[in-house]
Design a protein around this ligand. Structure first.
Ligand code: ADP
Length: 321
């Protein structure tokens, strides 16, 4: 393979830059040229291509976000749009593609590779850690750490004032982030989209905690399981003598300098992705299982769903006594 392309698409995640850097430098060290594609799949359509060299990726390993930019591009679901993208890649002499992104990006990557038998490898990058086949995605560890530090700060004030806090974290469809944050912060309750708790169950859990002498508590709510303001308002009517507050962590969870784990994973995945393309193994996703770098067929990634983090949910429950 003489030239490959690299793009970032979907929601941004810390470590995308470190992954691009790893792809570019691995490829160049193997004598492969690299074309950067700006703004995700839309850059394939608009021919937003730039030649990348080792210096193009200097000084970005510690920066969140993606210097290639990312964009949502629903038009990529149309075959005629994908056909044009394919032609543009052929015209530019690009023989393989590394896609860095999340769940939706995986669907696009699988579709594109299947349509044209084009070599595509996905590097999973997502703060949601919601892709089947890998223990971790690039960016997840950083987002969890950012949220943990914010929740710790909120706990300081919650404890001082005997307050109950509902804290909303990201996670529209999956609660992996919420559950990890809940375990790490010692939250009393965690509510995720996959296992929604009824309001009356939340009330009875808080009543139990009252009986055990707990004067403040933290409830972690994944955004896909409800809104923090609504839950806080409801709980305030149920517990008029408690001070119920809420906080929505929001976009801070996407930013911040990537943690060591995120950067190392980006380096491992970037290296593995280029090696897969070199061997013409596609369409695959790079992943990590235990401590091993593994390759998962994209067909499985798009057709199967990651398990609920049941053991960690259990830990939250057992520790809330
Ligand atoms: P993420 O990868 O973070 O989950 P999105 O769900 O927005 O983000 O997906 C990123 C992009 O992938 C979309 O904007 C679209 O261009 C492409 N995409 C998503 N689903 C499909 C699909 N079924 N077929 C083709 N392209 C898709």
């Amino acid at each position: 393979m003489k030239r490959i392309g690299v793009l970032t698409t979907g929601g941004d995640a810390p470590g995308m830059n470190a992954a691009i850097r790893a792809v570019v430098r691995t490829a160049i060290s193997h004598g492969i040229e690299v074309t950067g594609v700006e703004k995700g799949y839309s850059g394939l359509y608009d021919k937003s291509f730039l030649k990348l060299n080792s210096r193009s990726v200097s000084g970005i390993i510690n920066k969140a976000g993606t210097f290639l930019k990312t964009k949502r591009f629903p038009e990529f679901k149309k075959i005629e749009v994908r056909r044009q993208c394919h032609q543009n890649l052929l015209d530019a002499g690009v023989e393989g593609l590394v896609v860095i992104g999340g769940d939706g990006s995986a669907r696009g990557a699988y579709q594109f590779s299947s349509d044209f038998d084009f070599p595509v490898v996905l590097i999973p990058a997502s703060i949601d850690n919601d892709l089947y086949g890998t223990d971790f995605t690039v960016g997840f560890d950083t987002a969890v750490n950012t949220a943990v530090s914010a929740v710790d700060n909120i706990r300081d004030t919650a404890t001082s004032h005997d307050r109950t806090f509902v804290i909303e974290v990201m996670g529209r469809e999956k609660g992996n982030l919420a559950v990890e944050v809940a375990v790490a912060c010692g939250a009393e309750i965690v509510i995720i989209p996959e296992v929604k708790l009824e309001n009356r169950e939340i009330v009875s859990l808080l009543k139990e905690q009252d009986k055990k002498g707990k004067t403040s508590s933290i409830i972690i709510l994944a955004e896909g399981a409800g809104r923090a303001n609504e839950l806080a308002a409801f709980l305030q009517t149920e517990f008029p003598n408690r001070q119920i507050r809420y906080s929505v962590l929001g976009y801070i969870q996407r930013g911040g300098s990537p943690t060591y784990l995120t950067r190392v994973l980006a380096a491992q995945f970037g290296t593995a992705a280029v090696e897969l393309l070199q061997k013409r193994k596609y369409p695959f996703m790079t992943g990590i299982k235990g401590n091993e770098i593994v390759y998962i067929p994209l067909k499985d990634v798009v057709s199967r769903s990651k398990d609920i983090p049941a053991k960690h949910l259990e830990i939250v429950k057992n520790m809330a006594i």
